[in-house]
Design a protein around this ligand. Structure first.
Ligand SMILES: [Zn+2]
Length: 252
């Protein structure tokens, strides 16, 4: 088998038109350039992903939920990953972008049973957002095919525990500061003695609140994503991954 290096298609627009637009799309542009496989040119010369490669946000979420069900039942798809690598070499059509923690036990691709090309994975300790992660989400949803943004926290999160206990360590200190609003917005227990990482109820509430605040930060700080939510193209979903059994407790 010969592996050709295919150029990554340039910045493209996502085709939100679910109706056939065969009257206006073309495989070549006015300069005679041939569109990459899976793409077509619009009359204005822009390159657009073919509609058969995009799916609805509800279908995308259903695929993630089904993938997690397979994982927790130990029925993950027996994948030929090398073949998946080859078949996705020229075009990727991920259904979602999942923002999860860097924790080695909380890999979104695995716990949602997605193969190569299945989802965009954004990972950072404590699954918070910053400008760069928002930009990555904008690429995933506005320039590519992601229809779901999932913010995924997890149980036994060292970043959550560190923020609760006010850990200081180099650059980590600044990252944990971004989790502090979640710590501060959980008001119970009031007694400072009980507000530490040894309190499992408090830790659980902060974990959930951190996911909620991250979801809010996405729409508050990205006009691109806010518009895609408001026009119904994408949805933002939260969840907490239980490390013990692989289940997801969905939020909102
Ligand atoms: Zn974590």
């Amino acid at each position: 088998m010969t592996y050709h290096s295919n150029p990554t298609p340039p910045f493209v627009q996502r085709n939100t038109n679910t109706q056939s637009n065969t009257n206006t799309q073309s495989n070549t542009n006015t300069q005679g350039q041939v569109a990459p496989s899976g793409y077509h040119y619009m009359p204005d010369g822009s390159l657009m992903l073919n509609s058969e490669h995009t799916i609805d946000k509800h279908a995308a979420l259903a695929q993630l939920i089904e993938g997690n069900k397979r994982f927790i039942q130990n029925l993950s798809v027996n994948r030929d990953l090398l073949n998946e690598a080859y078949t996705t070499r020229a075009i990727q059509t991920p259904i979602a972008i999942i923002l999860s923690c860097i924790d080695s036990r909380s890999s979104a691709d695995i716990i949602f049973d997605q193969g190569i090309g299945g989802v965009f994975s954004a990972r950072i300790a404590g699954n918070i957002v910053n400008d760069d992660i928002l930009g990555s989400m904008e690429f995933a949803c506005a320039a590519s095919t992601a229809r779901v943004i999932m913010v995924l926290g997890h149980t036994s999160c060292g970043a959550i525990n560190g923020a609760i206990d006010d850990v200081k360590l180099g650059n980590l200190t600044g990252l944990l500061d971004k989790i502090k609003p979640a710590v501060n917005s959980v008001l119970i227990p009031r007694n400072p003695v009980d507000r530490n990482s040894e309190n499992p109820v408090f830790v659980s509430e902060v974990t959930r609140e951190n996911v909620r605040l991250t979801m809010d930060n996405i729409t508050n700080n990205s006009e691109v994503l806010r518009n895609l939510v408001n026009d119904g193209t994408i949805m933002i979903v939260g969840g907490v991954h239980n490390l013990s059994d692989g289940t997801i407790g969905y939020i909102g």
